[in-house]
Design a protein around this ligand. Sequence first.
Ligand SMILES: Cc1ncc(COP(=O)(O)O)c(C=O)c1O
Length: 401
Amino acid sequence: MIWYPYEQMKTMKQPYKIVDADGVYLYTEDQKLIDSVSSWWSVIHGYKHPELNEAIETQLKKFAHVMLGGLTHEPVQKLSDKLQSWLPGDLDYCFFSDSGSVAVEVALKIALQYYMNREETQRSMVLALEHAYHGDTFKTMEIGDDEDYHFVLNAYGKSKHVVHIPTEIPALEQAFAEYHDRLNCFIVEPLLQGAGGMRMYDISFLKRARKLCDQYGVLLIFDEVATGFGRTGNRFVADLVLPDILVLGKALTGGYIGHAVTVANRKVYEGFYDDNPAHALMHGPTFMGNALACSVALKGIELFEKQDYMSKIHRIEEITRREMAGFSDPRIKEIRIMGACVCMEVYDSNTIQGYQQYAYERGVFSRPFLNYLYAMVPYVIEEDELVKVLTTMKEWFSTKG
Ligand SMILES: Cc1ncc(COP(=O)(O)O)c(C=O)c1O
């Protein structure tokens, strides 16, 4: 029996059973659906991509997986070389893991130990954002700020190790003034907070954060598990403001295989690199650097570059802005658009109850949550397909008015 995610199993509606997937389409026995969610924002190249399939098949004939403890292999070496040259600044040191949550855990562990290695043990606190979501493991729940996902932690009382602030510069400055000597890092989903409600904020906040982190010696971590690979209309937000540690996942493998990477800059890496064995990073997920995941990730980056995905993303944003221009409804609080993400926030979650089935019947797969009706489409979507996704969202309000 399957225990499904984020569901009360007693009242759960039957999930749609997918029997095939190709390009932007999911197929059930009786319906063809545009996937407007990109399988939790990861399938940027579409399903059953011939070149991605081939990359995996070629590697599979050699071996699927070997551990990185005492062993190494070409796909992981090539992927880390590629990331080193492709990512901005001196974000050069790649620690692989099997999911976004684990990769964020690794980033937080690195930040904590970085200061332990320097004997600054008072730096045990993390600064994070209100409405943050960084995963569902325990430490990522603790730095997250979303009652809907993380209420179970209430059993422990309020954490002494995390401070949450809104995305406002005065709050940022105040937090640094108060806690700077106890903070090891400031972690953010840069520009776009996903699961916390597709909340968008300005780059000036991150620029100020970079300055304050430099001033007080606090590490800046960008969790780009959701925003990386173009989702915000920037290749990485790290191209605009350089963090000390960058976390990537989801689209890294084009949604083919769970994999993620925590990338540190030289300063952070050197905080571990010395003659003292106790200064090593004691971490090692079984499936880190999985050869199939690395092969498909490499091919995905090649496609991203060769097929100029950034122009595809800018086109998606243009079409979305055009289609949403002038559209409003009294039940909608705000329509937010950034890159290849659009979100309608409604005042009352009941307003979008039933939307999923409505969209299904019109050939679109959607998964609204709480007060948010959104689309994060695969970048290979055609204009008419995108228009269909957006029209379905708008028509819901006119039909149910
Ligand atoms: C910003 C962010 N960080 C981390 C995660 C966790 O990634 P995973 O589900 O691969 O553990 C997510 C997942 O949605 C995310 O959006």
